[in-house]
Write a protein of this length. Structure first.
Length: 139
């Protein structure tokens, strides 16, 4: 089992504060016969529809100095997981959770913004200190 991301527990608590129920920690996504552990699986009841919304959350802290390199690694994982979900559980969406300070740095790199847009990356921007979700970004 891989080590948890630096902000794993903070993101989990932020989701719970936002009324999400954690269903998997981690969620094992099977891709071409290989199990990949995605950090969290969560579900939220939609009262008006008596239905639920399901998500997977891949948490990234961007612990190294090179934001572009970490970004490209995270993007690759995100795209692989998205492909796997299409086959395994198409009603579940994948989100990439990143700290607000990293998102602010990404905003200053045009090519990274283009990649987010081109690949329709869904983001959860969070504050690790307050353990709160700042913003949900979905194209």
């Amino acid at each position: 089992m891989p080590a948890k991301d630096k902000y794993h527990d903070q993101v989990r608590r932020a989701l719970e504060k936002d009324s999400w129920r954690i269903t998997h920690d981690p969620y094992f996504l099977k891709l071409e016969g290989v199990n990949y552990p995605v950090d969290l699986g969560a579900e939220k009841m939609i009262a008006a529809q008596k239905d639920s919304q399901k998500i997977l959350v891949e948490i990234k802290s961007f612990a190294v100095e090179s934001i572009p390199n970490e970004f490209h690694t995270a993007l690759g994982q995100y795209l692989d997981y998205e492909l796997g979900l299409e086959e395994q559980e198409p009603d579940r969406a994948i989100f990439l959770a990143i700290p607000e300070k990293i998102y602010n740095k990404i905003q200053k790199v045009p090519i990274l913004l283009k990649a987010l847009d081109k690949y329709d990356v869904k983001l959860i921007i969070f504050d690790p200190l307050s353990e709160e979700i700042i913003q949900w970004l979905q194209n």
